[in-house]
Design a protein around this ligand. Sequence first.
Ligand code: CA
Ligand code: CA
Length: 190
Amino acid sequence: MSTLSKTLAAVSLTGLMALAQAVPIVTVVGSTAGVTNAAAAADGVVPANGTPWQTTSAWWTGNTATLTFQLDQAYFLSSAVITADWNDVYRFSASTDGVTFTQLFTVTGLVDQPPSANVSFGQVTMPISFAPSALAYTFIRVQAIAGDGQNALGEVSFGGVAAPVPEPSTLAFMAAGVGLLGLVARRRRA
Ligand SMILES: [Ca+2]
Ligand SMILES: [Ca+2]
C-alpha cells in the first residue's frame, strides 16, 4: 500500500470512528463576575443527584451571569449531559468564534430530569439529545434564564462529530481513490 493510500484509508477510518464521539471540553474560558467555582463545571467530576447547589459546582445568583466553555476542537454537536440545579432553566448556546452565540437548547431541571433521578432538591444530571448542529462549534455558553435565581452547574459534557467530517460522497470518492491506487500499483508490478 502506498503512503498516499494508507493516508487516505486512515483518514476514512478516523472519520468513521469520530461518529458518536464524546466531545472533550478543554476548560471554562470565561465567566461573568459573580460566578463562584466556575472551573467546577468542567473538571470531569459529576456531583451525585441531590447534591446541594453550592457544593462541588459552579454557582451564581441572578440570571445575568454566563459561563463559556471551549471544546478541544470544532464539533457538530447532537447531545449533552448536563448536571444543574433542579429548579432552574438554563440556556445553552454555541459559537464558532467565541463571539457570536446561537441557542442550542434549554434545559429545565424539574422537567428534564430523568425519572430514575428521583430528585426534588439539589443538582440533577440530565441527558439531552437534539438535532445535529448545522455548524461545527468550538465554544459553548450557558446562562440561567428562569428559576429562583440561585443557580448551579455541576458539570457539562457534549457529544458530537469532530469536524471536518467527510461527506458520504467524499468517503465513496476516497474509497474509489484507494481502489484506483491499488490498480495502479498492480499495473506497475505487472
Ligand atoms: Ca464538576
Ligand atoms: Ca435554583
